[in-house]
Design a protein around this ligand. Structure first.
Ligand code: NAI
Ligand code: MG
Length: 493
């Protein structure tokens, strides 16, 4: 029986050892929507042991890719069958507008289908021969699952972030323990139920909601884990890397960003405004790749800002299930206070607040905020350089290409970047100069399961999605054979 008050361990719904619960809140109403099982180190230990058994003794890693693909496709189907329910649950737990949640859940199902295809492909591509210079030997390189994976995910795209880790890990043949964010744990528990009904063997996927220090930390420290995959903030990522260092766990990290968007003055102004908005207002700006630093070439600067304010003014803010809403509340009080503090700090630092940054009229409850537009933001200011993770855009003018590239690259982050120009050779040239893992030309944010995703610099290590996401969960083994009939003849002549 599924219940949000239970953990999913070893194919069963079980109460936490210590019986703890935590509350998850609807950020639009501030009402508690569910009591959720709170895992602690005792439960993490049970979950890791179950995953260990499923990997070391169970059928999953031994199955053919095609057999695993069939289960992944049933999971995708299960998600699609419940798409509306899951999207509404995501709206209530996270705050995002329903059309965005529907988009996320569609992508989540698509991600399972995509990795089902790659799992099937592994049957033909698992082993490749390696040409050796010494003809007395033959060698093959073989891909094998890395083992037991631990995944710790954030609250901004709750079910999609689960899929980005669960789908490739299962495709590879790994077993795993998934810890969703305590802010948005509900769809991950639904995923466990869907995977169970799809016939995933017991112990292959374990879902253990809980608080970061109580559940996330023991998972990252557990010696039974072979690989850790994390998405979230830089400080927590650093802590996870330190925990992984103790026993040299394989890690991948997808961390924060402060991604630049360079707009040359030959750009279409309406298109520029729309992509700026999509780049920072989608999901309330709670997006790791949000293009929060906008650089606009001088001749376009004033007219573009004016148009951006006009369009932003007309954005409908409200509860995510309400018709026409394009901006929901921020995820919780902590994030709301953090974003408000960043806006106050920007004003103190001398940036010009052109619009927004306050509680919208008529929204007395909930973590609602009018999107904030800052102009003339000083290059060395805190708001220009630090991740805010909210609907706050910072804009600066630039004169020429060299200055724009220099300013864009002047960041400790390197997750994403975007460039817009009618001059495609210029846009392509600039894209190649930007130090970021994802670069968009003439758009910002569209994300595809087929293409690699991840950051340079402090934005992370490794790549998710596409074939790169599958490789994240694979080890490479060489098997080398001595074929010569001649004795080796080194010690024994
Ligand atoms: P966080 O990085 O602390 O949380 C992400 C996940 O890590 C959650 O599941 C959390 O329970 C877990 N966690 C927390 N402490 C842990 C620990 N010591 N060991 C293992 N796991 C732990 O991020 P949080 O607190 O939700 O948000 C803080 C800020 O991080 C945001 O304001 C935003 O700036 C940034 N952030 C960035 C994200 C991204 O996708 N790049 C996603 C979420 C937040
Ligand atoms: Mg919530």
């Amino acid at each position: 029986m599924k219940s949000y008050a239970q953990l999913y361990i070893d194919g069963q719904w079980v109460s936490p050892v210590k019986g703890g619960l935590f509350e998850t809140v609807d950020p639009a109403s501030e009402a508690v929507i569910a009591q959720v099982a709170a895992a602690t180190c005792e439960d993490i230990d049970l979950a890791v042991k179950a995953a260990r058994r499923a990997f070391d003794e169970g059928p999953w890693p031994q199955m053919s890719g095609a057999e695993r693909a069939a289960v992944l496709r049933r999971i995708a189907e299960g998600i699609r069958e419940r798409q509306q329910m899951l999207a509404e649950l995501e709206v209530r737990d996270n705050g995002k507008p329903l059309p965005e949640a529907l988009w996320d859940i569609g992508d989540t199902a698509g991600c399972f289908d995509f990795y089902a295809d790659l799992a099937q492909g592994l049957d033909d591509q698992r082993e490749q021969s390696v040409a050796l210079a010494d003809e007395r030997f033959s060698s093959v390189a073989r891909k094998e699952p890395v083992g037991v994976a631990g995944a710790i995910i954030p609250w901004n795209f709750p079910m999609l972030m689960a899929a980005w880790k669960v789908a490739p890990a299962l495709a590879a043949g790994c077993s795993m323990v998934l810890k969703p964010s305590e802010m948005t744990p509900l769809t991950a528990l639904e995923l466990a139920d869907i995977a169970h009904q799809a016939g995933l063997p017991a112990g292959v996927l374990n879902v253990v909601p809980g608080l970061g220090p109580d559940a996330g930390a023991p998972l990252s420290e557990h010696p039974g884990i072979d690989k850790l995959a994390f998405t979230g903030s830089v400080p927590t990522g650093s802590r996870i890397m330190q925990a992984a260092a103790r026993d040299i766990k394989n890690i991948s990290l997808e961390l924060g960003g402060k991604s630049p968007f360079i707009i040359f003055d030959d750009s279409d102004i309406e298109a520029a405004v729309e992509w700026i908005m999509f780049g920072i207002f989608w999901n309330q700006g709670e997006v790791c790749s949000a293009t929060s630093r906008v650089l606009v070439q001088r001749d376009l600067y004033e007219p573009l800002l004016q148009r951006l304010v006009e369009q932003t003014r007309s954005l409908k803010i409200g509860q995510g299930l309400e018709e026409g809403v394009l901006l929901g509340p921020l995820v919780n009080r902590g994030q709301y206070d953090k974003v408000l503090a960043a806006i106050a700090r920007g004003q103190e630092e001398g940036a010009t607040l052109l619009y927004g940054g306050t509680r919208p009229a008529g929204c007395d409850k909930g973590f609602f905020l009018t999107p904030a537009i800052f102009a003339d933001v000083p290059q060395d200011s805190w708001i220009w350089n630090e991740e805010i993770f909210g609907p706050v855009v910072c804009v600066r003018p630039f004169t020429d290409e060299a200055e724009a590239v220099r300013s864009a690259n002047d960041s400790r982050f390197g997750l994403a970047a975007a460039v817009m120009s009618a001059d495609l050779p210029r846009a392509e040239r600039v894209a190649r100069k930007l130090r970021a893992g994802i670069v968009w030309i003439n758009c910002s944010q569209p994300t595809f399961t087929e293409a690699p995703w991840g950051g340079y610099k402090q934005s992370g290590i490794g790549r998710e999605l596409g074939e790169w996401g599958l490789n994240n969960y694979l080890e490479t083994k060489q098997i080398t054979r001595y074929d010569s009939q001649q004795p080796w003849g080194w010690y024994i002549k």
